[in-house]
Design a protein around this ligand. Structure first.
Ligand code: URA
Length: 234
């Protein structure tokens, strides 16, 4: 947490004195709310605007969203609502994008950021960042399915998957699946190759980042400093 006048002055656009005057004039908003005094303290990844314009050269923003089913994982679409519709107006203007895609009907952890290099690292096929999912199918998972996932499947279209982990759960139709990659419809296709259809899919974690159980579908929060540090260390 940092004082507002210091945060603004850190951009190099205003001196501390000027920054105090800008705040007192009611020209500064933080996360969409007008700030009243320069002494107020904020997290540095909040979104700061002066006269309605996002202060540039500033904040990289990192959010975790509990994606509900029914929304597209994209920044815009001419016909359908995207996950950005769940964010307040001021956060829709800072260049956030989802890190990796979830299908429209998939729920769970989605990282949103405007930090391109971090997203690139997390998605790079060479890094093998683990992604963990809860899967429910229309039939029971078997020891044979576990072995097939572990062996690295060849899908019908010839695509070869890296070895993945399938852990069967007490409820025989459910499993935890950990992928090291993120190919199109990958879990649905691997499950289909085992003769079953996915009826529910939820992402639980991505690398060191786990879905906060306090977030209900459709809710989001900023990443904590520790969460960001763990992602940076990936
Ligand atoms: N695998 C899928 O089939 N769909 C997803 O959304 C994620 C992984």
């Amino acid at each position: 947490m940092e004082r507002l006048d210091k945060i603004l002055a850190n951009t190099g656009r205003w001196s501390r004195k000027e920054a105090r005057a800008v705040v007192r004039a009611g020209r500064v908003a933080v996360d969409g709310r007008t700030a009243c005094t320069p002494e107020e303290k904020y997290r540095e990844d909040a979104v700061f605007t002066v006269d309605g314009e996002t202060v540039s050269g500033l904040r990289l923003v990192y959010l975790m969203l509990h994606k509900p089913g029914g929304l597209l994982c994209a920044t815009e679409d001419p016909r359908q609502p995207t996950v950005l519709a769940l964010l307040p107006e001021h956060l829709r203007r800072v260049g956030l994008f989802p890190v990796g895609r979830l299908d429209k009907d998939t729920e769970g952890l989605l990282l949103l950021t405007n930090d391109g290099p971090l997203a690139h690292r997390l998605l790079s096929p060479r890094r093998h960042v683990d992604k963990r999912y809860l899967v429910r199918a229309d039939g029971p998972f078997t020891a044979g399915d576990e072995a097939a996932f572990a062996a690295g499947m060849a899908l019908g279209d010839g695509l070869r998957c890296l070895p993945a982990r399938l852990e069967r759960l007490e409820q025989a139709e459910e499993a935890l699946v950990t992928l090291q990659e993120g190919k199109y419809h990958q879990i649905k296709r691997m499950t289909a190759a085992c003769g079953k259809r996915v009826v529910y899919l939820k992402r639980l974690s991505m690398g060191p980042l786990a879905l906060d159980p306090a977030l209900k579908p459709g809710e989001w929060r900023y990443l904590t400093v520790e969460e960001r540090a763990r992602l940076e260390a990936q």
